[in-house]
Write a protein that binds this ligand. Structure first.
Ligand SMILES: Nc1ncnc2c1ncn2[C@@H]1O[C@H](COP(=O)(O)OP(=O)(O)OP(=O)(O)O)[C@@H](O)[C@H]1O
Ligand SMILES: [Mg+2]
Length: 230
């Protein structure tokens, strides 16, 4: 489903080159829940950007459902994202000038789906925000904004959900309810989930943890209680 082969990623800035990921290999199976952990600056976000085709590595291959991202052009990668991938960011990334409903409908509108508003409403109701659908992002709390962002990431029923510290900007209680929602929606949809987190309790709920350290990936199969008793 997701396969990385010999990925090396460097950033160069002001004459210095830093190697963020070194000859990295991993694969994630369909429907798996994988936690990505590691110190700040270890390359977790970079790894997600590579897996979603938003960044390109200097060498190596990323395959999503058998499609090698490096042999596609920008439009093809955007198309693949539109069909197969949902992304939730720490800082929500909602469009301020669009209402909650318009934000959620946007990926469907771009894809030319006719009943985008109805499907956006359905998804907003699923995340408990029917009453807020006409609100703009600035009129929503942090937790509500993240719910809208989750609705937007999942409205096209992607097979893979990426989430980069989705509760990083939220208080603990709100963060917990957002995490519950994400795990529930993952279960319902049967999607694969890749989740960057600093919280060991959240990582425990996943089937596996990938730890990034000094450019390398360490795989710890950590059967969680949920994985053992799904
Ligand atoms: N566009 C960029 N240009 C140059 N360097 C970058 C760029 N993006 C990231 N980096 C560097 O690459 C390294 C990895 O960054 P990344 O954002 O992937 O870390 P992270 O593990 O997600 O950290 P955090 O937990 O703080 O979010 C950092 O040293 C960062 O400074
Ligand atoms: Mg990050």
């Amino acid at each position: 489903m997701i396969e990385l082969n010999n990925i090396t990623m460097r950033y160069s800035m002001a004459g210095t080159v830093i190697t963020v990921l070194r000859d990295l290999n991993c694969s994630v199976a369909a429907q798996e829940r994988v936690a990505i952990v590691g110190p700040s600056g270890s390359g977790k976000t970079t790894l997600l950007l590579l897996m979603t085709g938003l960044e390109q590595a200097q060498s190596g291959s990323v395959r999503i459902n058998g499609n090698a991202l490096e042999s596609m052009d920008r439009d093809q990668r955007a198309d693949l994202r539109r069909k197969e991938i949902g992304i939730v960011f720490q800082s929500f990334h909602l469009i301020p000038s669009l209402s909650a409903r318009e934000n959620v409908a946007l990926p469907l509108d771009i894809g030319g789906t006719a009943d985008s508003s109805a499907r956006a409403d359905e998804m907003l109701s699923r995340v408990g925000l029917s009453e807020r659908r006409a609100h703009y992002p600035a009129q929503l709390s942090g937790g509500e904004q993240q719910r809208v962002a989750i609705a937007r990431a999942l409205v096209h029923r992607p097979g893979i959900i990426f989430a980069d510290e989705p509760t990083g900007n939220l208080d603990e209680a709100t963060g917990q309810s957002i995490m519950e929602l994400l795990f529930d929606l993952k279960k319902e949809s049967g999607a694969t989930l890749l989740l960057v987190t600093h919280d060991p309790a959240v990582a425990m709920r996943c089937d596996r943890t990938l730890r990034l350290q000094e450019g390398r990936l360490h795989d710890t199969a950590a059967p969680s209680s949920e994985a053992l008793n799904p």
